[in-house]
Design a protein around this ligand. Sequence first.
Ligand code: 2AM
Ligand code: CA
Length: 261
Amino acid sequence: MHPFVNIATKAARKAGSVIVRHIDQLDQIEIQAKGRNDFVSSVDKLAEEEIIYTIKTAYPDHAILGEESGQSGDNEVQWIIDPLDGTTNYLHGFPHFCVSIAIKQDNMLEHGVIYDPLRNELFIATRGRGARLNDVRIRVSKARSMQQSLIGTGFPYRQDKDVETYLACMKEVMDSCHGIRRAGSAALDLAYVACGRLDGFWEADLQPWDTAAGCLLIKEAGGMVSDFNGEDKFLDSGNIIAANPKVFIQLTKILRKNLKN
Ligand code: 2AM
Ligand code: CA
């Protein structure tokens, strides 16, 4: 295992312990609103501090982009951190959330780690080296068509969101596939595409820390990822379509048809 992945794994497990330790005291957790429907809790902050401490102890000079603490440092290596993806789920006791850590080197996504502390599931990927779940190699699903597919998504949350366009996309996807799931943690949903539990996923306006690790996992598991224009700029736009190669073509077709409306 690459030394960076070792540290990322250690950091993700420590953050996971912080998250699980506080789960039976949800009523005592301090919550602040960052924006409409966008909450941060003291647990998000504690978990991010734990991750950054672990990284900085090993690599004091590396740069960090954290959901809670923002950008710091100037280095060819940048750690992209979501200490608790699925905060709304967590605050409601809905058991679907994770820690996500990605590492960029010279502007390339090199490593990704996603950890689900409740199920003790650790997803890791390194560019060119494949993706693993708890040390076992994973592949995207073998579904050959939308009709056989379970598709994940996230609802639009921005105030200026275009709900009509989203609903048009959802309607057509719903009519074409086996089922849709909206589970509330984009990072974990992407990890589920990587290991074949979902056949595809789409969502708009995500942040780099929601998607960086999950997208690398999917690519390393043989899947495809793009933005809504069919390009590779999903980290900039936050618009993501991801799936196994067969479903990707069909899902992209449906979404792009409706997104043009
Ligand atoms: P979060 O839990 O870390 O905020 C839900 O559709 C997905 O969107 C989650 O992964 C959630 O991550 C992410 N997301 C990003 N920005 C958000 C926002 N402003 N409000 C709600 N969810 C957001
Ligand atoms: Ca997130």
